[in-house]
Design a binder for this molecule. Structure first.
Ligand code: NAP
Length: 340
């Protein structure tokens, strides 16, 4: 158990090749560091488990430098400020930001993505549907997908934290929405809970056959979080003028060495596709308005979300493995021991 004098931390101790495994991480238990001028102490209440942590732990090319070996595993978290030496970040305020897989973080303003008082929806939502997952769904669909009523939108990781929100937003925009996900229970969730017009278990047969049935005239927008063979297959059924949102590459086991495969540039050219990469951290300026829009939709019941909440900081490494194995049901979160 953590006590207010000590901080339990999850450290990256080995550089993973591919998907991080529990033995890539270690634990320690250290005295709380003092809070310097202009800083504040955050008690983490929900630790986020994100597929992106694979990239942050690796030393391959990425949009952020790798987590140093021996350092606290980089992670987003929702917490409460318990001690402050910064007037704009008072004790009692809630924050979502870069606080790491640990019980407590001494943070500075640059570590914070969002600051809020009393939560308007359950606090855990600020780490998922109101965190990078829901914000990515909303902003990447809006900026790169640009859905129009009547279009066909295909979503991979369709039942997950990002995908389930993309599906509901695309449906609300008047689109026909098709989901690809990794087991039959999640297929049912997509159809019954998240409003997909069609959903398929991509492990049950060729994606081409599923799309021939559900989208015989092709796909206008592919919101893709897996890349690899699925992306190769979908590029061949995109409609002229289609848009591909490259949100993630979860199916590619390792980028070192770079994988080789089909050449798809001819599909991009002949189908006049736009293929856009998206990184949520480029869009922080739009977080407040987007969060407000999402809060409204949650409160009105027009979008719903699932969470997979585990207890105990020692669960974090295995939880990341489970996300990559598709065993999560919605946003994967860890509640540290001792969190109120
Ligand atoms: N670009 C950005 O700024 C940004 C921000 C947030 C998230 N993302 C990306 O969005 C994606 C979804 O993230 P999330 O947090 O919402 O996670 P999630 O979808 O809740 O969980 C990850 C899911 O990925 C799927 N998956 C894992 N390995 C796969 C494989 N080999 N082939 C196909 N699917 C696989 C599994 O779902 P199935 O069982 O359905 O296969 C798993 O449940 C990730 O790629 C993540 O990196 C990007």
């Amino acid at each position: 158990m953590a006590s207010p004098e000590t901080n339990r931390r999850v450290l990256l101790v080995k550089r993973p090749t591919g998907i991080p495994q529990p033995d890539d991480f270690g634990f320690d238990h250290v005295a709380l560091e003092p809070v310097g001028e202009g800083r504040f102490r955050v008690q983490n209440l929900y630790l986020s488990v994100d597929p992106a942590q694979r990239g942050w732990a690796s030393d391959g090319t990425n949009y952020a430098p790798p987590v140093p070996l021996g350092g606290v595993m980089r992670a987003l978290a929702v917490g409460v400020i318990v001690e402050s030496r910064h007037a704009d970040f008072p004790s009692g305020a809630h924050v979502y930001g870069w606080f790491g897989w640990q019980d407590y973080a001494v943070a500075q303003p640059a570590d914070v993505l969002t600051l809020f008082g009393a939560p308007e929806v359950p606090l855990s939502a600020y780490a998922g549907v109101l965190g990078i997952n829901g914000l990515t769904a909303y902003l990447a669909l809006d900026r790169i997908g640009r859905p129009e009523a009547g279009e066909t939108v295909l979503v991979s990781t369709a039942a997950g934290a990002v995908g389930s929100i993309v599906g509901q937003l695309a449906r609300a925009a008047g689109c026909q929405v098709i989901g690809l996900t990794g087991d039959d229970d999640k297929v049912a969730l997509c159809r019954d809970r998240f409003g997909y017009t069609h959903a398929f278990n991509y492990k049950a047969g060729p994606v081409e056959t599923m799309l021939a049935e559900a989208a015989p005239t092709g796909v206008d927008i592919f919101f893709d979080s897996v890349g690899g063979d699925m992306l190769d297959a979908v590029l061949r059924v995109m409609r002229v003028g289609g848009r591909v949102v490259q949100c993630g590459t979860a199916s590619v086991a390792s980028w070192v060495p770079a994988p080789t495969g089909l050449r798809n540039e001819r599909e991009v050219l002949t189908r006049r596709l736009s293929w856009g990469g998206f990184v949520i951290f480029d869009h922080q300026g739009r977080f407040p308005e987007t969060m407000q829009a999402l809060v409204k939709m949650i409160r009105s019941g027009s979008i719903s979300y699932d969470e997979d909440i585990r207890h105990g900081i020692e669960q974090a490494p295995q939880a990341l493995v489970d996300v990559y194995a598709g065993r999560n049901r919605g946003k994967m979160l860890i509640v540290p021991d001792g969190a109120p």
